[in-house]
Write a protein of this length. Structure first.
Length: 260
């Protein structure tokens, strides 16, 4: 029995168990997946919980906390200081971060965005945002303005790359604007900083529930190219599941799983 799950707080809205189950069915393996709400304040409890699973998706707000608890991480996770997926192997916790690569694969089909040489504005600098930044850099992005409320050194790992800058306001017209904050879960979208845009700008909210966030509705005043983070969720789930199960899960299987 392969036991997987998703951990975070809150996780009641998560589609991850459904995606995991679809992969188990496709491979005809015995498995189960559950969502567990945990805030990470009790480290001993969190470690005990994690080790009771074979693999886990990690969501807000545990991505940075779990990075610090991993015995082994990949290069990208170390660069950004966050993981979004872990495996327990011989009682060792192995972490990776595939958020950003899932994002880059998703926006090509979802919004027809070519990130090479693009001007990107990102609102927020948490674990998901930093993973997206790292992957955009690997895919040849032109420049990235990261809108910050306060500078706490969140972008230090990108300090050597002149394409990334942390700003409190941006006047650069963006080809792509990304909302990488959890405001759809925790607050009022009107409190978010705004970006310089035009009629061709594409917008994506990394949240996927509700499917139409207040921030997305606001951006539709500027452009018809607006999407939520569902396709990112599906693509990063595929990357996780391929790793966990040492298999190639068709993206069509996972799309179907969340459309039901």
């Amino acid at each position: 029995m392969f036991k997987s799950g998703v951990i975070g707080a809150p996780v009641g809205h998560s589609l991850s168990p459904r995606l995991h189950a679809a992969a188990f069915d496709f491979l005809s393996i015995e498995g189960e997946s559950t969502a567990v709400e945990v805030d990470g304040s009790d480290e001993a409890h969190l470690l005990s919980l994690v080790r009771s699973f074979d693999a886990l998706s990690v969501t807000f707000p545990l991505k940075e906390i779990m990075f610090g608890l991993c015995d082994e991480t990949d290069d990208l996770a170390r660069q950004i200081g966050a993981v979004n997926t872990i495996r327990c192997i011989n009682n060792r916790i192995v972490g990776r971060n595939v958020d950003g690569e899932g994002f880059c694969r998703a926006i090509v089909g979802e919004l027809d965005v070519d990130v090479r040489d693009a001007a990107v504005t990102i609102i927020g600098a948490g674990g998901a945002a930093r993973s997206v930044i790292a992957s955009l850099l690997n895919h040849g992005v032109g420049n990235i303005d990261v809108l910050l409320r306060s500078n706490r050194g969140q972008l230090e790992s990108f300090g050597g790359d002149p394409r990334v800058r942390g700003v409190f306001a941006s006047s650069a017209t963006a080809d792509l604007v990304i909302n990488a904050t959890p405001v759809s879960l925790t607050g009022d979208a009107s409190s978010l900083p705004t970006a310089a845009v035009n009629g061709d700008t594409a917008f994506i909210d990394l949240s996927y529930e509700p499917s139409e966030t207040p921030w997305m509705t606001e951006q539709r005043e500027f452009s018809p190219r607006v999407a939520n983070g569902l396709m990112m969720l599906i693509w990063q789930a595929k990357l996780q599941l391929d790793w966990w199960l040492n298999a190639e899960i068709p993206i069509s299987i996972l799309r179907e799983a969340v459309s039901q």
